[in-house]
Design a protein around this ligand. Structure first.
Ligand code: DC
Length: 229
């Protein structure tokens, strides 16, 4: 069967990665979480003190080290793990500290160019599901299937809060998570390079009233339609 590229974009915590992962597993495609790549660069910047006390980024020093940052993914029975220069950083990149610093890093044009090049390489042989903010617009403008997922900020913050609590984070509050979601929405929408927007040919999905099983089913139908199954 012909292999395609599936681009799933949307706001933070819209559930896009849950559906992207489920589809990839079901149809035997590789799943790439492009947000994890921006998070890994952010963690690298934090570890090297390129994020200053006032939360601005020491862009010059970060850019001088960009070639040293290698990002890959390993699939284990526990799920997918993000590797930063070979180290498994999956847990660390999901902390609120990384979430709070990732948008300014993702707004740096040279960071976007470097990660976009890596993302295109992951999709060179097709057979890939990639989620993010600009996959259907900038990374794979020719993707055969493009989805844009949305849900109200409060719904998304509630989901993220629940996930963090379930992962053992007992200190974070719902208000902190909501503020983080709203701030990131704003920065993602208004940045100069590749702002978050629906590609003209993307199919929009508001999944607020859907169960996970329903959204998985919906996405599988979209895939089948495109490959003519
Ligand atoms: O999907 P996420 O919350 O893990 O993404 C983390 C951040 O990375 C988010 O604030 C926006 C940014 N991002 C981006 O700018 N472009 C992408 N393709 C994916 C994520």
């Amino acid at each position: 069967m012909k292999k395609i590229i599936i681009a799933i974009d949307g706001y933070s915590s819209s559930g896009k990665s849950t559906m992207a992962k489920a589809l990839a597993r079901q149809i035997g495609y590789r799943y790439i979480d492009s947000g994890a790549m921006y998070r890994a660069v952010t963690l690298y910047a934090m570890r090297h003190n390129f994020i200053l006390a006032d939360s601005t980024v020491d862009t010059q020093n970060l850019l001088s080290r960009l070639d040293d940052i290698k990002i890959d993914f390993a699939v284990t029975p526990q799920g997918q793990h993000t590797l930063l220069n070979g180290e498994d950083v999956e847990r660390e990149i999901r902390t609120i500290e990384v979430s709070n610093h990732v948008s300014p890093i993702a707004a740096i044009p040279q960071v976007r160019y470097a990660l976009t090049a890596m993302q295109k390489a992951f999709g060179a042989d097709k057979g890939i599901v990639m989620d993010g903010r600009d996959i259907g617009t900038a990374v794979f403008p020719d993707a055969e299937l493009k989805i844009f997922v949305n849900a109200p900020a409060a719904t998304r913050a509630q989901r993220r809060f629940k996930e963090m609590r379930e992962a053992g984070n007992n200190t974070v509050t719902y208000e902190e998570v909501l503020e983080n979601v709203e701030t990131r929405d704003h920065i993602d929408r208004t940045r100069e390079v590749s702002p978050l927007r629906k590609a003209d040919d993307a199919i929009e999905l508001d999944n607020s009233g859907m169960t996970i099983a329903e959204q998985d089913q919906w996405l599988l139908q979209q895939y089948k339609r495109v490959v003519g199954q």
